[in-house]
Design a protein around this ligand. Structure first.
Ligand code: DUT
Length: 137
């Protein structure tokens, strides 16, 4: 599926990149050096937005290699209607300061299908156990 990238200044070589064609996530890059203190949460602009089709959502997932060091991405969804710059929200859940450098891969962008549910209190008539012509001839 092609998804349009909206340019908010991301350098061409730092657009989301999938190291293997069948990876679930496309790596995203840190635009500047930063150090996160223990417990600190950073909102990092990624330099691009997306035109995600309705019925799908985007997530900046953690990279395994960072998660094992205690650097994890928070996972609020990027909505299909959102046209602003996407930020990675990164928490340092380790007990030491973590330095990250410009150009580091800090998360991975995953696009998934989602269900747009109508939340109702009455589901109407369900099939139940009816079969063999239970709805009439
Ligand atoms: O990791 C993320 C997650 C979300 N967003 C953007 C896209 C999303 O569509 C928007 C708003 O997210 P959300 O709906 O979770 O925010 P909210 O706190 O509920 O605020 P709002 O009132 O804008 O819905 O923030 C990001 O940039 N990075």
């Amino acid at each position: 599926m092609k998804i349009k990238l909206i340019d908010f200044g991301v350098p061409e070589h730092q657009r989301p990149y999938r190291p293997h064609g069948n990876d679930a996530g496309a790596d995203v890059y840190l635009p500047y050096d930063c150090t996160l203190q223990p417990g600190e949460i950073a909102k990092i602009p990624l330099g691009f937005g997306l035109e995600i089709p309705d019925g799908y959502a985007g997530y900046i997932f953690p990279r395994t290699s960072m998660a094992v060091k205690g650097l994890v991405c928070e996972l609020p969804p990027v909505d299909s209607g959102y046209r602003g710059e996407i930020h990675a929200i990164i928490s340092n859940v380790s007990n030491q300061a973590q330095s990250l450098f410009k150009g580091a891969r800090i998360g991975q962008l995953v696009i998934t299908p989602i269900v747009i549910a109508d939340f109702v209190t009455d589901l109407g008539t369900e099939r139940g156990t009816g079969s063999f012509g239970s709805t009439g001839e």
